[in-house]
Design a protein around this ligand. Structure first.
Ligand code: NAD
Ligand code: USQ
Length: 408
């Protein structure tokens, strides 16, 4: 059942941190299917957050034990699993690196929802502690282990902020010219100045500094992928058996915008556009996410290289245009709701993604077939939808109103 092993350059041992999550699970399956040896580390905190929020994936995701067993039956490939908290259990993490001796670590294991990170002081502090300590522990453990491990981290387009004064956002580094004391004009490249829009996004900007430091001081080989909003749910591998199904978040905290719009239309709930929907964001389909990780692993930086940054996105769209597209496709009604976030009401966004294109990415763009596929999944599992969990209730400031349609 190994679909793509003829593409494999060399078999690697890969630890996937956060391998039970929305991006991590299909990536683990994809890398395993390519013939790599995959070991998942995950503390299942995302499943516990579902318990806390009393919200569930629209799709019926299986417990980790079932996922691993079904994958072995379907593919003949065994994946390892450790349930540890990378932010809290440093010694255990280091022990695993010593015993497993991985070639690559793919790091997805962070609290990734902006609205969740803004819910309360407790949620802000959890997100900061979890994300920054987790990333630092991984870097410290790689250095401590003495192993030459390539770290591939999932960052976000949100580190740049979304307003760029008409300039195309470069891949991580900005060209600048400075005037020296002697009046000479000198060209330099600096990390693109960060402009986070939530506590969650702020932790990702801090991750960048941690990478910069460990790369400079210890020559760690690091690839940071500045990913846009992921949409879709299935990949080639998750479709192999219903019990391998990926999660589908639709609730007001974890559901991302395009999947939310498709789900809302599928279950007959108004499509919730925040404000005028003038915000422009970068997008990528989940099938391209897993392909990009494969490409990043195949193209590691050398030890003397600086942190390699790729913009992992394939297209940009205005939120209101997406709402209209989904409405035309499904007949769903659009509701312009109060924006619970503090963000620019309108912005343009142009992004360079030449690096992945040059490495062989053939972008999946937003075509009706794929939108239809997500709609069908949302319809199939619509009996599992809890409508009370759909509105975005987490506000960025105490004065703001939640994003609830009038009819609610
Ligand atoms: P997710 O919440 O579905 O998955 C994250 C996984 O990490 C979960 O399974 C969780 O249990 C685990 N985890 C979290 N903290 C941990 C810890 N301390 N120790 C061990 N495991 C831990 O999120 P996702 O959507 O798969 O996102 C994965 C990564 O990709 C995140 O870092 C996120 O910032 C980034 N990203 C996601 C998107 C998106 O649209 N989903 C877009 C851009 C970037
Ligand atoms: N939005 C709506 N209606 C909704 C939900 C969202 O109009 O029902 C708007 C938001 O106000 C925002 C935009 O859509 O302007 C995107 O929101 P989102 O929740 O889809 O995305 P975001 O909060 O930025 O976070 C997601 C992931 C995060 C990742 C980020 C990539 O949860 O992990 O880092 O996308 S990026 O946006 O490129 O920074």
């Amino acid at each position: 059942m190994n679909l793509e092993s003829n593409h494999l350059q060399s078999k690697k041992k890969i630890i996937v941190l956060g391998g039970d999550g929305f991006c991590g699970w299909p990536t683990s399956l994809h890398l395993s299917n390519l013939g790599h040896e995959v070991i998942i580390i995950d503390n299942l905190s995302r499943r516990n957050i579902d318990n806390e929020l009393e919200a569930e994936s629209l799709t019926p995701i299986q417990p980790m034990g079932t996922r691993l067993k079904v994958w072995e039956d379907v593919s003949g490939q065994k994946m390892g699993f450790y349930n540890i908290d990378i932010a809290e259990e440093y010694d255990h993490l280091l022990e695993i690196l010593h015993s497993e001796q991985p070639d690559v670590i793919v790091h997805f294991a962070e609290q990734r929802s902006a609205p969740y990170s803004m819910k309360s002081p407790k949620h802000k502090r959890y997100t900061v502690n979890n994300n920054i300590n987790g990333t630092h522990n991984v870097l410290c453990a790689i250095e401590d282990s003495g192993l030459d491990i390539h770290l591939v981290h999932l960052g976000t387009m949100g580190v740049y902020g979304y307003g760029t004064a008409g300039m195309e956002i470069p891949e991580g580094y900005l060209d600048i010219e400075v005037t020296t004391d002697s009046g000479e004009r000198v060209q330099q490249q600096i990390l693109y100045p960060t402009n986070p829009g939530s506590i969650y996004h702020m932790t990702k900007t801090q991750d960048q500094l941690l990478f910069h430091y460990y790369n400079k001081n210890d020559n760690l080989r690091i690839t940071d992928l500045h990913q846009g909003i992921v949409w879709g749910t299935n990949t080639i591998e998750t479709k192999m058996d219903e019990r391998l199904i990926n999660r589908f978040d639709y609730d007001g905290d974890y559901g991302t915008v395009l999947n939310r719009f498709l789900m809302q239309a599928a279950v007959g709930y108004p499509i919730t556009v925040h404000g005028t929907g003038g915000q422009t964001r970068a997008f990528i389909h989940i099938q391209d996410t897993v392909r990009c990780i494969e490409l990043a692993i195949e193209n590691p930086p050398a030890r003397e290289d600086r942190v390699m940054i790729f913009n992992q996105m394939t297209e940009t769209h205005r939120i209101n245009d997406l709402a209209k597209l989904v409405s035309e496709l499904t007949g769903g009604e659009i509701a312009y709701v109060s924006n619970p976030r503090k963000e620019a009401a309108e912005n343009d966004l142009h992004v360079k993604n030449d690096l992945f294109l040059s490495k062989g990415l053939n972008p999946t763009t937003l075509d009706n077939g794929l939108l239809q596929e997500v709609t069908e999944i949302a319809q199939k599992y619509s009996h599992r939808a809890d409508y009370s969990k759909i509105p975005a209730k987490s506000t960025w400031t105490k004065e703001q109103q939640p994003g609830i349609p009038d009819a609610e």
